[in-house]
Structure formats: C-alpha cells, structure tokens
Design a protein around this ligand. Structure first.
Ligand code: C2E
Ligand code: MG
Ligand code: MG
Length: 843
C-alpha cells in the first residue's frame, strides 16, 4: 500500500473503550477476553486516555485492591491522536518523531475511529524483503530474562521492569519444561479478578514455541502470526535458549530500515524541491536575460507573459500586451494561407519555425526568426504556446550584402563572373528548350593597361566605370552586361533571332566605346575588340562559349583592334553577309529577283556566234547584283539549287526559242548545271519539261557540268548523260583542268566539249611571254586532249587579242570572254548575231 494513502485505510476500526471510572480489573478482563493489547478511555465521546498491556507492568500485584481502582488513575494521557486523512507516510514520520507506539485515529470532529499502531504502518511497507535478509540472532536486542519458577509475581514484574522487557522465560525449579510469561499474562491475571497466584510458574505459558537463531526474521514473524503469539524463544545450534524474540523486536529491527527509507524519501523530496526551485529560478533568469523575445500565450492564444527582450524588440511593455492577441504584431505581409499553414504545422508537429515579418509599436516592419512551441500538460492538453523570436534585420542586411558581394562587381556594380555564369547557364537551358540561338560577346578595352600605367589606377577605374555605363546603354532589357575582371566585359544576348543582331550590337558597342572619355580634364580615347560566340553553333556549354568568344576577341585584336569577330569564321564579316543573304535567297525566286544574262561563244574559224551561255544574276533589293559565284554555293547548301536551276533552264530555253522565233541564225544555248543539282535532282525530267514548255529543239540546248560531276558514281552519271544525249541535248565540261578527272572516265562519258578554265587562259599572258607560260602548256594539252577524244575545245575568259591568237594557233575551236562580249541581257545579245565577232587577224 502506498504511503500516500490516508491512514484511515489501515486503521483497526474495532476498538475497545471504557469510561474513566471503569476499574482496572474490568478493563483488563475485556482486553484479555478480546485479546486486545489496549483500551481507550473515552469521556463525553472523546478519547481522554489509553491503558495498554504495558501499563500492566505498573500494577502492584502484592496489593490486589489496586485492581479495583478506576482506570483513569492508571491510564496514559493525554492521548495522541492523528487525523484520519493523514497519509500513511506522514503517520510513520510522526511515530518516529513522537516516540509512541499507538495513535488514536480521529475524524474531523475529534471522535475516535480506531487505533493505528506503529506495527500497522511498518508492516504495510513491503518489509518481507528486509526480514528475509536478517536472521533471528540479529534481532535479539536484549539479554534473555529468565525467572525462576518459584518467584512471586511481584518480583517477576520487578525483574521485567528492571530489564525493560515485556516477557521472560520461566524456568521450573524441578528442572522441568521452561515456560514464558508476558505482559499479556499479567493482564489476564488482573482480569481474572481472583487471588494472585503465588509463583510465576503457575501463569507461565507452555510449551515454549522456539525458533533457531539462524532462521530468518521472516520465518519468525510468520511463526508469530501463525500461532497468534507475541514472543518466540530462540535456541542456538546446541539447543540452548539464547533469548526471546518479540514482535516489537522484529518491528524495531525493521524500524531501522524503515527510518532509513523515510530519511531517504525525505531527502529526495527536499532535494527535488530545491532542484525545481533552482530550475525555476534559473529559467526565469534565462528568460529575463535572453536577447530573444519570448512570449507565452494561453491555449486561447492570448498573451500571458513576455520577457524584457520582447518589449525591447517590439516596443510593447508587458502591461500593454498582457491578455491581448499576438496579432497586434502582424505586419500584413503574410496572407491567411501563411498563418493557416503555421497553425496546421503547430497542430501536428507541436512546433513551427520560420521567418515572419512583424510590426513594431512604431509601425516599423521587421523580419524575425520565430519558433513556436506547443506546451502540453500531463494529460496532453495544450497548456501554453511559447514563442521565441529574434530580430533578423541585421542578418538579412548582411545576407544581402554578401549576396551583392558574391554576385556583383564592386567597382562598376555590374554582375560579376559568377552571376554571369549563372545567367548563361539558365539562358543556355532556355535556348535549348526553345530551340533558339544565343550569343555572348567577349570584349576587352584595347591598350587599357597603358591608361592604368600612365594615368594611374584611379583614372583606369573611372574609365571602367564609364565604359560599363556605355555598355549598359547599348543593350536591351534582358541582356546582361557583366564584368569578368580587369578590363574584360562580357555581354549575354539570351535570345538571338538573327546573328546580325549580335554583329550590330558589336558595332554599336565599338562605336560607343570609341567616343572620347573626359576624365579629370584628360580626353582619353579607348577602343575595344569584341569576340562573339553563338550557341549552339560555337559551343554548347558555358565554358566552351566563353572560351570561344575569348578566342574570337583575340582574333579581332590581331586583325587590328577596334573591331569584332565571330568565333566561327564562316560567320565572320563577309560570310556574315552570306547569312543575311540566306534569308533573302529563300524568297528570291518568288520575288522574281533572278534574271539571266548571256555571253556569246564565237567560232574561231568562222568568227560567227556559235553559241550563248546563260548566266544567272540575282538582283538583291539592298545588295544590288549578286554574283552566282556567291549565291550558288549558298543555294546548294540551303537546298534551293533545284528550284533555281529549273527556273534558269526554263528561262534560258524560252530566251533561246524567242531568238529563233525572231528569225535570228539559230544558236545553241548553254546552261550551267551545278554538281549537286545534277546529283540530287532529276535533270532529264526537268530538261524535258523545259524543252517541252519552251518548244526549243533539244539539240539547241547544251548543259555545262563541272568535272566533279563526272568523278562520282561514274556509272549512274554516264547513264544520265546518255539519256540526255539520246534526247539530243549537248554536254560540255566546264572549268576543265581545275578538277582531277581521269582520262579513263572522260572516255566513257558521252560529252561534246571541254571548256578550258579561264585561269589557264589568264596565265597565257604571264610576263608577256605567251608561249612560254605554264598556262600555255596546260591550254595546249587540253586542246589536244579534247581533240583526241573527238571533243571540241572551248576557251573561257578570253580577254585579249593575244589570247585569242594563241588559241586559234593551237586549234582551239571556240572562245568566250570579254574580248567578244561581256554577259549582256537577252535584247542586247541580239546585236551579236549574224556578224563577224573576231577582230581581223593581224597581218
Ligand atoms: P562559268 O560557267 O565558268 O561562267 C563564266 C564566268 O566567267 C561568268 O561569271 C562570266 O561572267 C565570267 N567571264 C566571262 N568572260 C570573262 C572574261 O573575259 N574574263 C573574266 N575574268 N571573266 C569572264 P559569272 O557569271 O559570275 O558566273 C560565275 C560562275 O557561276 C559560272 O562560271 C558558273 O559556274 C556559275 N553560274 C553562272 N550562272 C549559273 C547558273 O545559271 N547555274 C549554275 N548552276 N551556275 C551558274
Ligand atoms: Mg559555265
Ligand atoms: Mg567556267
């Protein structure tokens, strides 16, 4: 039973009571009869005293009249009472402190409810454990008192009193079996009321109940309880009586342990109290000294406590906020959703942490780092909310500063390399996703080091700041200008529609930087070189693009500074125009921008017009006449050559037919067919269509092919050529001598003429020694070759009389070139018909 229970739960409700005038004899009689060890003397319903077996030892057994005295004269008083609600633990304490063996348990009105003895308390404390560990010997507190059997009662009582014991062994004079006398036997004598026996032997109890001194106290106690006796005799190993062990001996041995335990319990209780007081004190000190604001709210969310830091941070004193809702601190910066989530988190996790913008009493809004804890009581009910927060204004500012330092150049305020790289990463990802181009432009100020060295870093810095401003003015929103360090800048154009846009920007940047800088009365001239790299053409990664833009920038410097270069040389300046051309080339056909010019061929024997070559021209709205040498390769790349070629073929056939129709001497028209067109298009079909459409007889059409056509897929090509020849169309090999056509191929091809490339014709005139030049040898060889193969030889690019003479001397069949005519319009060509086109032979 726990020591917290009230003593009323263990009280012996059966009490023996009597009035104060009851005789000792009568009281003893009742006690002996009921085997009670005490009787309470009650007067007017209240206990006034108690008489116990122990008190029997005070009776004079030589004077039996004393038995008839009133109990009030011999009882112990005043009586010790204890309230029935006192805890068992506290009751134990009082037994200890007051040195008594019984308390009368009383109710609120003081009426006796029963008796509680020390043994009752002690035995309720789970003592078996102690009893089992101790032997009987250790419980023998006093030497054994042995009284001779023939001793008078009075003398026996005197011996007990002298030994301060309540029992003794009685040894018969005849050496018979020993017995025992106890207080209880004396009460019995008194209660019997007759004559007092003469010798103690007559009232001794027999047989003597014995136990070995090596037995445990627990077996002693069990024996006492079993036999309903209060004493047991103890024998040693030899069987000799060594003492009497009483219930109270057991109790007192337990008492030691019990008191120890009580002491311990008391000490623990005191220490815990002290500790918690100390903890509380400490907690209060910490809360008060904390630099963090602390606010405790009731489960209803009303403020019940704030610490000084709270007041300092918010500007509100405790009195101002006590009992208020913490929403007086709300800044209005967070929406309902924010607070809903906060409460939800508090609900299931018991804690919420985060950044909150709150408002001070002054109205100022500030950021705080807030932790809210839900505090619950033992039953799990919310008892409080505790909020701890710190002002993070400074931290946020520092973060911002660090972020700026980390991402921006201190001198110019431009993004630095890191931020630029970040943005480039993002721009690349974006361009990739949308299948777009982007450009980065690497630029560095030419000879900047010289400014630094001659005018000092201060001026150098100002030039950098000014330059960065000018760069900023050149770009559009969304572009990034960054400083990579030193005098190196970089510009990111995240969405590039046309590469020209990058080139235009580069030009703008160059001219902006070129304008004089006026710094400290110095007029400074700075130029810049720009390198451009385009994603994805020049690189797919940040590193590649920066590296290639850098390379292009160095190339611009090498080419004389103050200029820009694209990384891919194919995209550079000239070829850059080609890009512009590309887009307009796409529409050139539909916009009817192509036209044909014609150049005559003259028969070196007759001097008459022997044929006409059609040459395409592109009238570009901005660029003017564009040479086919420029746009034909482009058209081939763009897959436009088929359409353009078909248009040329049809237009040429039509033109030729119209000359015929005019009644002019019929000539053959030569049309250039690009190698690609020949390879990929169905040339015979287109030719047939053009002839049909124009009505030109096939043998008035000649196709000029380059050597390269003959060198690939020889069989197929030969087949196509045979087809064309069967139709009646003539074939000539253009620019002959520049390729590497092998003779064996040539033999197998159904062709009609070789056109000697104009570069050889041009070389005929080297150093004026016509016949000695290398060109002359090549030209002669080609003419011979042609004739050996039964082909006609035609010389292109004939510009002079001498060239013409040389060619005629070598047996060349026809010539073509400025000597005879420049390429002219269809109408203008008419004047060339029907007359001698060769200058008269010299002498
Ligand atoms: P090509 O077929 O060898 O054409 C002759 C080129 O030499 C023409 O240049 C012509 O203007 C030029 N030329 C004529 N006489 C002289 C001269 O005495 N001295 C010099 N220096 N040059 C002379 P053009 O018209 O610019 O054509 C260049 C090339 O473009 C042509 O070379 C031809 O390969 C190609 N081409 C021209 N028109 C067409 C066409 O309609 N279709 C295709 N596929 N290619 C064409
Ligand atoms: Mg040609
Ligand atoms: Mg040619």
């Amino acid at each position: 039973m726990g020591s917290d229970h009230a003593v009323e739960r263990i009280v012996k409700k059966e009490i023996l009571s009597c009035t104060p005038d009851t005789t000792v004899l009568e009281a003893a009689r009742q006690m002996a009869q009921k085997r009670f060890s005490s009787i309470i003397v009650v007067e007017d319903g209240r206990p006034v005293g108690i008489w116990t077996e122990r008190d029997a030892l005070a009776i004079d057994f030589d004077r039996p009249d004393s038995f008839s005295r009133p109990i009030a004269a011999v009882m112990s008083h005043p009586i010790k009472t204890i309230h029935h609600k006192t805890s068992i633990g506290d009751t134990g304490l009082r037994f200890q402190m007051e040195g008594v063996r019984h308390f009368v348990v009383v109710d609120d009105a003081g009426h006796p409810l029963g008796i509680v003895s020390q043994s009752d308390v002690i035995l309720r404390h789970g003592v078996e454990h102690f009893l089992v560990l101790r032997n009987v010997r250790s419980g023998l507190a006093r030497p054994m008192v042995a009284i001779a059997g023939d001793c008078s009662l009075k003398r026996a009582v005197a011996q007990l009193n002298a030994a301060r014991t309540d029992a003794a062994v009685v040894l018969p004079v005849d050496g018979g079996e020993p017995g025992i006398i106890t207080e209880r036997d004396l009460v019995r004598v008194i209660g019997a009321g007759g004559a007092v026996p003469a010798h103690v032997d007559e009232i001794a109890s027999r047989p003597l109940v014995c136990i070995s001194e090596d037995d445990s106290m627990l077996s002693a106690r069990n024996l006492l309880e079993e036999r309903q006796i209060r004493h047991v005799a103890v024998r040693n190993a030899e069987g000799k009586l060594t003492g009497l062990l009483s219930f109270s001996d057991i109790l007192s041995s337990l008492q030691y342990e019990y008191v120890q335990r009580l002491d311990e319990a008391l000490r623990e209780r005191d220490e815990a109290l002290l500790r918690s007081r100390k903890d509380l004190y400490l907690a209060r000190k910490v809360i008060e000294a904390s630099l963090d604001g602390i606010m405790i709210c009731t489960p209803q969310g009303l403020i019940e406590f704030v610490n000084p830091a709270f007041s300092q941070l918010t500007g509100y004193s405790f009195e101002e906020v006590f009992g208020k809702n913490p929403n007086i601190l709300k800044s209005g910066r967070h929406d309902e959703e924010f607070y809903k989530r906060m409460w939800a988190t508090l609900g299931h996790e018991g804690v919420w942490q985060g950044e909150v913008w709150n408002r001070r009493k002054t109205g100022e809004i500030y950021p705080e780092w807030l932790t809210i804890n839900v505090i619950r009581d033992d039953e799990g009910q919310i008892s409080q909310y505790a909020a701890v927060f710190s002002d993070i204004t400074e931290r946020k500012k520092a973060e911002e500063r660090i972020k700026n330092l980390a991402y921006f150049d201190v001198l110019t305020g431009l993004p630095n390399r890191r931020l630029f790289t970040d943005r480039l990463h993002m721009a690349i990802a974006n361009a990739h996703r949308h299948d777009q181009r982007l450009a980065i432009m690497f630029l560095d100020l030419d000879l900047f080091k010289r400014i630094n060295d001659t005018l000092g870093h201060g001026v150098g810095d100002l030039v950098l700041v000014e330059s960065s401003k000018r760069l900023g003015q050149c770009v559009r929103e969304g572009d990034t200008v960054a400083r990579l360090g030193g005098d190196e800048f970089v510009i990111l154009l995240p969405e590039l529609d046309h590469i020209e846009d990058a080139a235009k920007l580069a030009e703008r940047v160059i001219s902006q930087v070129k304008a004089p800088f006026v710094i400290d009365e110095h007029e400074l001239y700075v130029t810049t070189s720009v390198g451009i790299a385009v994603y994805p053409d020049d690189g797919q990664t940040v590193e590649q693009l920066i590296k290639n833009a850098d390379t292009a920038m160095y190339r611009a410097k090498d080419l004389g500074r103050n200029s820009y270069q694209l990384y891919t040389s194919a995209m550079n300046a000239r070829s850059f125009e080609r890009l512009a051309m590309e887009s307009s080339l796409r529409h050139a056909l539909s916009r009817n921008e192509f036209t044909l010019v014609y150049q005559g061929k003259v028969d070196l024997v007759s001097g008459r017009l022997s044929g006409v070559e059609a040459l395409v021209r592109w009238r570009h709205p901005d660029m003017g006449m564009v040479s086919p040498a420029e746009f034909i390769p482009l058209a081939e790349n763009m897959g436009l050559i088929g359409d353009i070629g078909a248009w040329v073929l049809k237009a040429a056939c039509r033109q030729c037919k119209s000359w015929h129709d005019l009644g002019l001497p019929p000539v053959r028209i030569a049309v250039n067919v690009s190698a690609l067109q020949f390879r990929e298009g169905d040339v015979p079909a287109i030719v047939e269509e053009a002839l049909l459409e124009s009505g030109l007889p096939p043998h008035y059409l000649e196709l000029e092919l380059t050597e390269s056509v003959l060198m690939q897929r020889v069989e197929e090509v030969a087949q196509v050529l045979r087809e064309l020849r069967q139709m009646g169309v003539h074939i000539s090999i253009d620019d002959f001598g520049t390729g590497y056509s092998s003779l064996s191929y040539l033999k197998r091809m159904p062709i009609d003429a070789l056109k000697i490339d104009r570069s050889f014709v041009h070389d005929l005139l080297d150093e004026g020694k016509v016949a000695d030049g290398e060109g002359a040898e090549i030209v002669s060889t080609i003419i011979n070759l042609a004739h050996n193969l039964r082909l006609r030889a035609v010389a292109e690019g004939v510009e002079t009389q001498e060239q013409a003479e040389f060619l005629r001397a070598r047996g060349c069949d026809e010539i073509q070139g400025f000597l005879v005519s420049r390429p002219v319009s269809g109408e203008d060509l008419v004047s060339l018909f029907d007359r001698n086109l060769l200058p008269p032979e010299p002498g």
